[in-house]
Design a protein around this ligand. Sequence first.
Ligand SMILES: Cc1cc2nc3c(=O)[nH]c(=O)nc-3n(C[C@H](O)[C@H](O)[C@H](O)COP(=O)(O)O)c2cc1C
Length: 223
Amino acid sequence: MLHGSFNKMLRETIHESQKCQRNWDLSKDIPQEDKDLIIEAATNSPSKQNLNYFNVHVIEDRDVIEEIHSYTEGFGPIYKDYDANKTPHERSKDGQAHYEKGKEGGKYYTNPQVLGQLLLAFTPNEPSQVREENDTYDQDRDMAIGISAGYINVIATQMGYATGCCKCISDVPAIGKILGEEPILLMGVGVADAKRDRREHHNDPSFTFPSLKQNKKISVNYV
Ligand SMILES: Cc1cc2nc3c(=O)[nH]c(=O)nc-3n(C[C@H](O)[C@H](O)[C@H](O)COP(=O)(O)O)c2cc1C
């Protein structure tokens, strides 16, 4: 059994790494050895049969990062005046899902979590090994990318950096042209701006992203 203070630190890692950072202190640099460790985490996470289902692009050129960011207009206008306690939720017809009812139309916000010092883009790779006839890899790929992103979340957080994933990509082909491959997931890693609320849009302080924390209700069944 470890000293309890270590568990306390791990608990903090869990809850810190879960958060999406929306603004950055770009006056600071990430040392090369830290970048290397983050990439080591990204590329050594487990995957089914250790096959390589994805490639990772590491982007540090500011102009390229900003151009990619411009293709992430995906955060809906309903969130402009969103208040988790007031915005009504409605059930879908089948009763399975509920969605937030808000204003339609208006501005879609970009996802500034991709504007950190490091931008990682996950793109598909076809494993060279065929496991069996007509095998498909899509599910294994999504899992592998998710686990890799999770490793980055945890490791980068323990190193003092902040992270943010982005799946809302408004122009996948445009980013595909830049990278040579179309992205599945983007992930910003960098130094958080300590002077701002972490949810404030990096380029537009008038918009603060909602946390949607109320959605996180995973049922755990002990058998
Ligand atoms: C795989 C993945 C994809 C995500 N894609 C987006 C996204 O496209 N846009 C966005 O605003 N947040 C995205 N997020 C961020 C999550 O919404 C966020 O980490 C989570 O809700 C934590 O809550 P927070 O909003 O308080 O940070 C993504 C997170 C993960 C893990």
